[in-house]
Ligand binder design. Structure first.
Ligand code: B1M
Length: 208
């Protein structure tokens, strides 16, 4: 079995203590960081399918997420690009009621590598907290809101509307599995991206 395949399998079954070592071994064998990351993202899709079909439950889903986070920790220094260019500060968070943070963390890593200083508010972030963070930090040019549940799409809308209603001069980008470009436009977001890589490209375009 290839090392990448092993990483994928161990993330799926939540072997938190093994994943970091296996990711390092996969790198040592010459696999690209992006390829290893994609394997772990694919694992989470399998985990999601197993959850949907009732084969696994929330605790297994959580432990798989923790295993992936260990792997991402190893890749992070290799994925971060040249951060010397400053495009300002980006406030990022997962919206109220939503605890999913793996995608948000990947988006944060990629936007940082595009040249932003990141301020990560974490998960379950109330709309008002985004506004406070814009006021508390210097040179905020962008706010990035992530939402992973269909039930938290209204919270995404509330976040965008609250930021816009504050009158503060920032752009807002939204994304997450249930979010479509149409929904992003409907709720008044300035930008949308389907994945972490394109979020970085879009973020740069938005503040240029
Ligand atoms: Co939950 N969960 N979960 N979960 N979970 C999903 C999302 C689900 C699709 C699983 C399923 O049913 N197949 C489903 C949502 C269904 C829906 O709403 N339509 C679901 C559910 C139902 C739930 C609970 C309600 C389960 C329950 O309690 N009964 C519960 C809700 C808790 C809450 O948030 N209030 C719940 C809980 C959890 C855990 C806490 C156990 C855990 C999260 C742990 C963590 O994140 N630290 C978890 C997990 C792990 C998942 C799955 C399996 C994996 C999510 C993930 O990390 N994917 C997920 C199934 C799936 O995704 N197929 C699932 C990998 C990650 C890289 O992808 O997050 O999509 P993703 O991010 C991508 C893009 O979406 C995009 O870029 C990222 C990288 O390319 N993106 C952005 C994300 N944010 C962006 C922002 C941007 C731009 C792009 O701009 C700002």
């Amino acid at each position: 079995m290839s090392k990448i395949q092993e990483v994928k399998e161990k993330v799926e079954i939540g072997k938190t203590k093994l994943v970091a070592g296996l990711v390092q071994e996969a790198l040592d064998e010459g696999n690209a960081p992006g390829e290893i990351l994609q394997a772990m993202v694919d694992s989470m899709s399998v985990v999601g399918e197993k959850f949907s079909s009732g084969e696994i439950f929330v605790p297994e889903m959580l432990i798989a997420a923790k295993a992936m986070a260990k792997g991402v920790d190893v890749l992070r220094p290799l994925m971060a690009g040249d951060t010397s260019a400053s495009l300002g500060t980006c406030i990022i968070g997962t919206v109220a009621g939503d605890l999913h943070d793996i995608g948000k963390n990947l988006v944060s890593m990629m936007i940082e590598s595009a040249g932003f200083t990141m301020v990560d508010l974490g998960v379950d972030v109330p709309a008002e907290r985004f506004v406070e963070a814009i006021k508390e930090n210097e040179n905020v040019t962008l706010v990035a809101c992530s939402g992973l549940l269909t039930t938290t799409m209204p919270a995404l809308k509330e976040a965008v509307e609250t930021i816009k209603a504050s009158g503060l001069d920032v752009k807002v980008i939204v994304g997450g599995a249930p979010v479509t470009p149409e929904y992003a436009a409907e709720i008044g977001a300035d930008g949308f991206a389907p994945d972490a890589g394109s979020a970085a490209v879009k973020a740069k375009e938005m503040v240029a």
